[in-house]
Design a protein around this ligand. Sequence first.
Ligand SMILES: [Zn+2]
Length: 139
Amino acid sequence: MVEKIEEMRAILLKMKKDALEEIGKAVKSGTDKPSDETSGDIYDQASNERDRELLLLLGDREREKIRNIDEALARLEEGEYGICEDCEEEIPLGRLKAMPFARLCVKCKADLEKLQAQTKRFEEERAYRDIAISEEEES
Ligand SMILES: [Zn+2]
C-alpha cells in the first residue's frame, strides 16, 4: 500500500512537471520574437505578472490537468487516494497508473459515465432548442 502511494506520488509529480514544461514551452513560443528585443530583462521583471500571463496562456486543458494533479496529490497526503469515492473499494494500481486522477473504481466509473452520457444528451438537446429559439427571436 505504501509502495503504491509512493509510486503514484512519483507519477503524479512527474506529470505535473511535464505539464508545467508544456506550459513553459507554449509560453515561450508565444512570446519569442526573432529579434534581440526579447532580452532576459523582460523576463526578470515582476514575476507575478509573468505568472499571471502564464496562467492566462494556459489552455483550460492544462490548467485542468494541473488542478487534477494537485487534487490527487492532496488526496494522497490525506490517505484517500486510490479509494473509490462511491463504493470505497481500493482502486487497483494498474488502473491508477493508466488513469492517475481516477476517483472511482471501474464499475462505479462505468455507472457514472452512463449517467453522464444521459445528462449530456439531455443538455445538448436543450442547448440546441435554446439556440433555435434565440435565432427565431432575432430574425
Ligand atoms: Zn466503486
